[in-house]
Ligand binder design. Structure first.
Ligand SMILES: CC(=O)SCCNC(=O)CCNC(=O)[C@H](O)C(C)(C)COP(=O)(O)OP(=O)(O)OC[C@H]1O[C@@H](n2cnc3c(N)ncnc32)[C@H](O)[C@@H]1OP(=O)(O)O
Length: 206
């Protein structure tokens, strides 16, 4: 761990990530990188360069990718990992995390989340505000669980999938990689084909 933190992405998601990092009180200073040159600072934290500059900072900074798009976040984080960057896990102080829960690098756990026992969360995941992930889940790399989504026990979510705001996934369900599950949708059967699914229960629209 380094004593400075660099957050890639200074927009909405980046701000929530920075707020969590500030509350963790582990870093002496926190700054952003962002490709939008018009953003000079965000939340009182300076923007010191563009995303492409990240490799210049890997000796002195922990680096966290705060980009909401799963594929873009994966691309940037994988490049940083290959270059040997130190990539933290960010956990808001007000979460409940059970026994034998594994969280991998580049993942952020936002306020009000509950993760129950024996669940594994992969690299670069966003576990967004007030979502719940119950026991024995496997959340693969670069997944986004949106605010207020509820996953029952023994759920598996494949790499790069996005579970929409306020959606629900029944117990013992597998959702394959590269899926989008729409806002407020309910998944009661396995999803075995990548695509976009909406409704109660979900139907494939794309
Ligand atoms: C902190 C944060 O902000 S985190 C971000 C949280 N945001 C979310 O969770 C958003 C999740 N996204 C959605 O639900 C989106 O609607 C998606 C990804 C499912 C689909 O988006 P698109 O591919 O652009 O689909 P589009 O908007 O064109 O809709 C296609 C059809 O599906 C319907 N539809 C779209 N989303 C839903 C939904 N969640 N539930 C039911 N029907 C839906 C539309 O009404 C439309 O129907 P129509 O053809 O009869 O008019």
């Amino acid at each position: 761990m380094k004593n400075r933190l660099l957050i890639i992405g200074a927009s909405g998601h980046g701000k929530v990530v920075a707020d969590i990092a500030l509350k963790m009180n582990k870093w002496l200073s926190i700054a952003f990188l962002d490709n939008n040159e018009s953003i000079k600072s965000s939340m009182g934290l300076e923007v010191i360069g563009k995303s492409a500059d990240a490799l210049k900072y890997i000796e002195d900074y922990d680096i966290f990718v705060a980009i909401g798009n799963n594929a873009t976040r994966e691309k940037i984080q994988e490049k940083l990992e290959v270059a040997g960057a130190s990539i933290p896990v960010l956990v808001h102080p007000n979460v409940v995390i059970g026994t034998e829960v594994e969280l991998r690098i580049g993942t952020v756990i936002m306020a009000g989340v509950v993760i129950n026992s024996s669940t594994r969360i992969g690299k670069g995941c966003i576990i967004n505000t007030g979502s719940t992930i119950d026991h024995d889940n496997v959340i693969e790399d670069y997944v986004h669980i949106s605010p207020g989504a509820n996953l029952a026990g023994n759920v598996k979510v494949g790499k790069g999938s996005w579970i929409g705001i306020g959606s629900a996934v029944s117990n013992n369900i597998n959702i394959t990689n590269g899926c989008k599950v729409g806002a407020g949708s309910v998944v009661v059967k396995d999803i075995t084909e990548s695509g976009t699914y909406v409704g109660v229960p979900v139907r494939k629209i794309d």
